[in-house]
Design a protein around this ligand. Sequence first.
Ligand code: URA
Length: 263
Amino acid sequence: MTEQIPAEKLLQWQITAGVDETIGDIPVNRFAPVKKTDAPALGDTESAPVVFAPTPQQTESAPLPPPPTIALAGQAATLDELRAAIAAFDGCSLKETAANMVFAAGNPDARLMIIGEAPGAEEDRQGLPFVGASGHLLDLMLKSIGLDRTQVYISNILPWRPPANRKPSESEMALFTPFVRRHIALVKPDVLLLLGGSAVSALMNTNAGITKTRGRWMSYRDGDTAIDALASFHPAFLLRTPAQKKLAWRDLLTVKKRLAVQP
Ligand code: URA
C-alpha cells in the first residue's frame, strides 16, 4: 500500500526546496498556439531595462555599451550615498515590478562579503537579502564555519527582484554591476564569496560557469585593488541538488582557512 503523505508535509517540502510562490507575476495563456519566433523569451521582453537595452543592430554577442550607472556609482562616497543612488536610479524596469529595493544586510566592517544573484519573493517583501528558504540555508552554511550575519556582509548583483524569480538578463547585470563594484570598493572586504554563476560572470569577467569556477581562488580586480574571491554554489541550487552540498562544504572550509589568515 502506498504511504499517504500529509498535505502540510508536502507544502513544507516545497518551501524548503525554494518553491515559495504558487503563481507567477506574468499571466501565461497556456491554450494559445505556440508560434515559432526569434523574439526573446517572455520574461526578458516584459522586464528588460528601459535605458540600457541593446539596439536592434547589435547582435547577441556584440559588446554592450558602457552602462550609465558607471558615473552614478562613482559619485557615491559612502554606503548611504550608494543606497540612495541605486534607489533613485529609474533606468531599469525591474524597479516598477518589485515591492522593495534590497541593498544589503550584515556588518559593513566584516572581512567577508557575500554576493548572490537577485532578491526572491521573501527578500522583495522584506527588503533584505537572503531571508527566504535560500537565506535559511545560507545561515546554516555560515554557522557551519562559525559565522553569523553579524560577521559577514551580504548583497546581490541586482537590487530588485526579477518577476517570477527569472534569471537576471545580461543587460540587467551589466547595468547594476557598476553599483556592485562600488559597493565592494566601499566595504573593502578581505574575501569575496560569490554565490552562483550570475555573481561570477558579473564580477569576474568569465562565462565559464559555476561548476568550472567554484572552489578555486580567483582575484577580483578593481584598479589597484585585488581581493581574493571564491565562487560556490548558490543555496537555491543546493536546495534543489543536495548532493552538491559536500562541494559547497569544502568551499566554505576554504573560506574559513583564508579568513584565519590575518591580512
Ligand atoms: N537569492 C539570491 O541570490 N539573493 C537573495 O537575496 C535571495 C535569494
